[in-house]
Design a binder for this molecule. Structure first.
Ligand code: ZN
Length: 166
């Protein structure tokens, strides 16, 4: 039987609302500051593993700085996960600039994400690593709310909001 009581601490199957700021090498790369807090379902791999582990047991109003090693974040950088593509093969509407993110279709027809990591005179290096692979992550998090999930959210293993339902 599921309890309807408001949870007191972050634990598995609790919906957590939090504000976060992510810093890499001392620079802010992502933050919820000035926007709605992030809501996620604890214990279902909705957020990166290293952070989810550290959220366990936090209460509303509590803040914490969490350092996540690359391997527990977006993974180690794989120097082989790159491909060189002749410039001429890129459609003209794609700007050939470092950092541009693309959706690429592989030989099996599956779509994966890549980004341009180098633009040479006649070839472009496509990078299939997550842009934050190999980076140690520093999160500043504040828990702003806790609630029980709906039974549908629990079945799906993620939070449903106005913007997202399926
Ligand atoms: Zn769903």
């Amino acid at each position: 039987m599921m309890s309807n009581k408001t949870p007191e601490k972050v634990k598995a199957d609790v919906v957590v609302s939090m504000h976060y700021t992510l810093k890499v090498d001392g620079s802010v790369v992502d933050t919820s500051s000035g926007a709605d807090p992030l809501e996620y379902l604890q214990g279902h791999g909705n957020i990166i593993e290293g952070l989810e582990k550290e959220m366990e047991g936090m209460a509303v109003g509590e803040s914490k700085t969490v350092s996540v090693a690359a391997k527990d974040g977006y993974g180690e950088y794989d120097a082989e996960a790159v491909a060189y593509i002749p410039r001429a093969q890129f459609p003209p509407e794609i700007p050939l600039e470092e950092g541009i993110q693309l959706q690429v279709r592989d030989e099996q027809g599956d779509v994966t994400s890549a980004w341009i990591s180098e633009v040479g005179e006649d070839r472009v290096q496509l990078n299939f690593n997550h842009p934050l692979a190999g980076k140690n992550l520093e999160f500043e998090v504040t828990v702003v709310g806790l609630r029980q999930p709906t039974s549908e959210e629990l079945t799906h293993g993620h939070v449903h909001s106005d913007k997202h339902s399926h």
